[in-house]
Design a binder for this molecule. Structure first.
Ligand code: HEM
Ligand code: NAG
Ligand code: NAG
Length: 500
């Protein structure tokens, strides 16, 4: 029994020792943060004066992410501010010029995109967003062929077709619905069709492909545990299936393009360019470029599928939401659409898109007013000099805020006002450098033109095809993070619009 007595005696001692350790750690952490926050002249970065030891602001952040980051922005705008997120020293950058500077880094030894651990497990470390230097530059150069006028024109026809088919499908059941999952499927289907449509010609495989893709995107939001059966695990399996399918598609596309056939999807435009890059390399006595093999092509197209999903879906949801909330803007979009497309049944073309001046202003304002990707967190792989006087420590998270950049300069930035982009006011030209919605520099969004076209075609067809009054609730005006920005809810009572 003496052991029992010993335990009684040592229990409180252990607790006391543990407490002292925790207190010691907390004090050391506070000191460390004070040190990290100070610049050369002893000035401190703005931010909370004290943070909860070890966990930092994570609880507030999870409970109310929008409120958390909005408070963080207000510590210093424009400028930068600090916080601790599970003990990770974080610098939030709200000055657009400083954000552009952060985005301009081009070496993985300085800054590296910080994705959610799930996304890293599912996508792997070979994602374009983790690349840098000459290889990344060469890969990006080969993408130019994917977004020429001709290529974008072909995609517009497919976008139009998929959107109309989905509207018809939606209208099979009438009445109010939360639109988010419907838009998510519309967007996923559009990407598949535009990127590799002709090669998903086996209906059974197509169905499995869509399922695998859903598993992959669900995996990003699942509990971060990589064990058989978990969401992340299924996401990884989904990815493997997708890459296998796309590898076969790449091989077939190369054969078609080598045979001189016309490109019918994004993959075709790319393999055509790759075949020409392979030939140029051979002529110069060099090896084929690293992105030329079928598996690498497949992985890259998968990166595209991933990159084209969340931000686009969120922006589409904002499109229907903001238009329902601004009937005056909607009326003007409708006027323009009926004028440019007297026969609303005819497909929208690339040429028509160029004439849609007001509709495009509206799309730009949707993106500025509610940037779908609110921030781009990066991890400092070495001390990172932010200004002449301040250097962030190695390991810090450096987070340019796109929301903050989009409020800088613009007149009444918190009002939804598409006229700011009219030729007279031209705020798009005046503040072009603050429009960081698609990032900046070497990793600048590859799909920008395509994404803007997608939103424009969607808005054009939505305006002429459907009536969509919003059903409001008490959370309708909230903004939620999933982790792209969405309205608190987005419930619409859809019905066909009487033909004009
Ligand atoms: C409204 C929709 C979209 C938004 C707001 C958006 C935003 C962004 C942002 C903020 C970045 C990071 C840029 C940087 O680090 O400087 C990015 C990267 C990227 N986006 Fe988009 N994006 C959208 C749609 C798309 C679409 C439709 C595609 C594909 C066709 C796409 C493909 C990519 C790719 C491949 C990258 C990585 C580029 C690289 O690391 O070199 N995005 N996007
Ligand atoms: C990276 O940036 C440096 C300086 O900003 C520049 O000299 C270099 O050419 C860039 N490298 C690549 C591969 O873009
Ligand atoms: C939805 O719209 C239909 C007519 O299009 C209407 O009869 C119905 O009452 C509306 N439902 C709600 C909940 O507003």
């Amino acid at each position: 029994m003496s052991g029992f007595g010993d335990n009684l005696a040592s229990g409180p001692a252990l607790v006391a020792a543990g407490g002292a350790l925790a207190l010691g750690y907390a004090l050391w952490e506070q000191m460390k943060f004070r040190w990290y926050r100070s610049d050369k002249n002893g000035n401190m970065l703005p931010g909370p004066s004290n943070v909860t030891p070890i966990i930092g602001g994570i609880v507030e952040m999870v409970k109310d992410p929008y409120g958390f980051w909005e408070r963080q922005r207000l510590y210093s705008f424009p400028g930068m501010s600090w916080n601790s997120i599970v003990g990770i020293f974080t610098v939030f950058v709200t000055d657009p010029a400083l954000s552009r500077y952060v985005f301009s880094h081009n070496s993985s030894d300085s800054l590296l995109l910080a994705l959610h651990p799930n996304a890293e497990w599912i996508l792997g470390k070979t994602n374009i967003a983790f690349m840098s230097g000459p290889e990344h530059k060469a890969l990006r150069k080969s993408f130019l062929a994917l977004f020429t006028r001709k290529a974008l024109g072909l995609y517009v026809l497919k976008q139009d077709d998929v959107i109309r088919k989905h509207f018809t499908e939606w209208m099979q059941t009438s009445g109010p619905r939360e639109i988010r999952p419907f838009i998510r499927d519309l967007n996923a289907y559009t990407s598949q069709e535009v990127f590799v449509g002709p090669y998903l010609d086996d209906p059974e495989e197509r169905e499995k492909f869509s399922e695998a893709y859903r598993a992959m995107t669900d995996g990003f939001l699942a509990f971060p545990l990589l064990l058989p059966g978990t969401g992340v695990w299924k996401g990884r399996q989904g990815r493997q299936f997708i890459v296998k399918t796309l590898t076969r598609a790449a091989a077939r596309s190369k054969v078609r393009m080598a045979g001189g056939q016309e490109p019918e999807c994004l993959l075709d435009f790319w393999t055509k360019q790759i075949l020409s890059d392979i030939k140029d390399a051979a002529d110069a006595g060099q090896e084929a470029p690293f992105y030329a093999d079928d598996k690498k092509i497949a992985e890259t197209v998968m990166d595209f599928l991933f990159a084209s999903q969340d931000a686009s879906t969120a922006s589409l949801v904002w499109t229907i939401t903001l238009l329902a909330e601004h009937p005056d803007v909607l009326a003007r979009v409708r006027d323009e659409q009926y004028r440019l497309r007297p026969n609303a049944e005819e497909p929208v073309t690339g040429d028509m898109l160029n004439e849609m001046h007001y509709t495009r202003q509206v799309v730009k304002e949707i993106l500025r007013f509610r940037p779908a990707a609110p921030m781009v967190p990066m991890r400092a792989k070495a001390p990172f000099k932010l200004t002449e006087t301040y250097t962030a420590p190695k390991g810090a998270l450096i987070v340019p805020s796109l929301v903050a950049a989009c409020k800088q300069g613009y007149s009444n930035p918190d009002s939804f006002d598409p006229d700011r982009f009219s030729p007279e006011r031209a705020e798009d030209i005046k503040y072009a450098s603050n429009f960081l919605v698609f990032g900046h520099g070497p990793h600048y969004c590859v799909g920008k033109e395509y994404a803007m076209n997608h939103l424009t075609v969607f808005l054009a067809l939505l305006a002429t095809s459907l009536d969509f009054p919003r059903i409001r609730s008490k959370v309708s005006d909230d903004i939620i993070y999933l982790p792209t920005l969405y309205p608190g809810d987005s419930i619409f009572n859809l019905s066909w619009r009487a033909k004009k």
